[in-house]
Structure formats: structure tokens, C-alpha cells
Write a protein that binds this ligand. Structure first.
Ligand SMILES: [Zn+2]
Length: 70
């Protein structure tokens, strides 16, 4: 079996991979990464919502009925 030296995708520590698709050194790092992915997903959802609210308020601001014809 081929043994490869890799760098962990989470903590950057070198580890010995026994599978070609291994990219994480330990169970702790695996957990850390899945938490990070969840957090990133939540942050993206929050950003999407904020953008949506901004678009809605911008659309309301641009409504002729609230600004008049100048
Ligand atoms: Zn690691």
C-alpha cells in the first residue's frame, strides 16, 4: 500500500495518508472542518438575506410615489 505525506486541509499539519483522497489528518480536524462549512453556509445565508433586504429597501426608496416627480 502506498503511503503519502500530505498536509492537512484544516490545520496544515503534515500527516500520513493511506488513501489517495485523504485530506484531513484526524477526526478532530474533520469535525472542525464540518463546523467551518456549516458556519460559512450560515454566514452566506445571512449575507444573502441582508442583500435581499437592501434590494427591497432600495426598490422602495426608488418608488416614484415616495419621492414625487422632483
Ligand atoms: Zn489537521
Amino acid at each position: 500500500m502506498a503511503v503519502m505525506s500530505r498536509l492537512c486541509a484544516v490545520c496544515g499539519a503534515p500527516f500520513t495518508a493511506t488513501r489517495t483522497d485523504a485530506e484531513i489528518c484526524s477526526g478532530a480536524c474533520r469535525k472542525r472542518r464540518s463546523r467551518a462549512v456549516t458556519k460559512a453556509r450560515e454566514e452566506k445565508a445571512a449575507a444573502d438575506l441582508a442583500r435581499l433586504l437592501h434590494l427591497v429597501s432600495a426598490a422602495l426608496d426608488e418608488s416614484p410615489s415616495t419621492k414625487g416627480m422632483n
